[in-house]
Write a protein that binds this ligand. Sequence first.
Ligand code: PSV
Ligand code: MN
Length: 387
Amino acid sequence: MTETDVRAALRAQRIEVPSWAYGNSGTRFKVFAQPGVPRNPEEKIADAAQVHAYTGVAPVVSLHIPWDRVDDFGKLASYAAERGVRIGTINANVFQDDDYRLGSVTNPDPRIRRKALGHLLECVDIMDATGSRDLKLWFSDGTNYPGQDDIRARQDRLAEALHATYQRLGADQRMLLEYKLFEPAFYLTDVPDWGTAYAHCLKLGERAQVVIDTGHHAPGTNIEFIVAFLLREGRLGAFDFNSRFYADDDLMVGAADPFQLFRIMHEIVRADALRVDSGVNFMLDQCHNIEPKIPAQIRSVMNVQEATAKALLVDTDALAAAQAAGDVLGANGVLMDAYNTDVRPLLAQVREEAGLDPDPMAAYARSGYAERIAAERVGGQQAGWGA
Ligand code: PSV
Ligand code: MN
């Protein structure tokens, strides 16, 4: 790839940000409030628009329902457009209701299963109103104790709900099925891994695709293998990017293991899946419990850009030649040369060419936006977990 091609690919890259990253969040021990936090979906979108204004590559915001429920979603979509962004993936929340103690779509009680399905279908209505393409499904469903429920019956119930929801999708809409190893269930999770998600997607049809949340694996899992496999099968729908040190930490992507992020982006580039029309949606799924939220999102976007730039710089001809020759150290050396390149000057140049400040973090800090929202957003209920 020529340097001009690399710069063009970086300019064309798109990253979707989550509305919930701008709200208050925490652990099960404490949710810390921060000054200036949005009180409603409009203010979350306004904050997300700041991330796009300084990075130029994050024009899409995911919503989470019911956290972001409004009376008029068409109006919310127009509000987003006025701020230079648009509404992206609709995330269903079937995990924060007392009814879901024993599961949502896999619950042994048919009334609760119907309620959960009703919510998934409502999310498709919202997609219609906002013009969203993707419905992202994550189920907290599972059990804590052996024998608590029938493992196979729960798979049947899951398949039934997925099928009903898939049938409701429009021709241009997709279902993104996310998996997670554990939490909140500790013994069994009904969609614990990519294989389970993939098997359900295969049965549903082509518009059912797997989401890889980078925080949802056992330590040491080779995530880039999953990426390569699903890309080869045409079933990688999206990423939920974040970092983990221990479990589902939801820290800034690229913070814990920038090398892993590079390896993932290498597989993306290898499959020519960086293009917006590749069908892979690059989303962030993060919570900023102790750090300021908007700069943390800007930093996360920059971390993805840096990993992408390094992946684009891999000398693919040299790599292929070394691999074909069985030159183990040579092949590894080619990859490491790209990883060890300082791409910050290149990205600064890409930003300047796009009319942006070369240093998004500094430009945002200078803008006074953080001070303004802290002064203006007084009173009302700050958005946050459960809000
Ligand atoms: C679950 O841990 C998850 O990764 C899902 O993507 C949710 O939508 C998101 O976090 C927010 O709770
Ligand atoms: Mn996620």
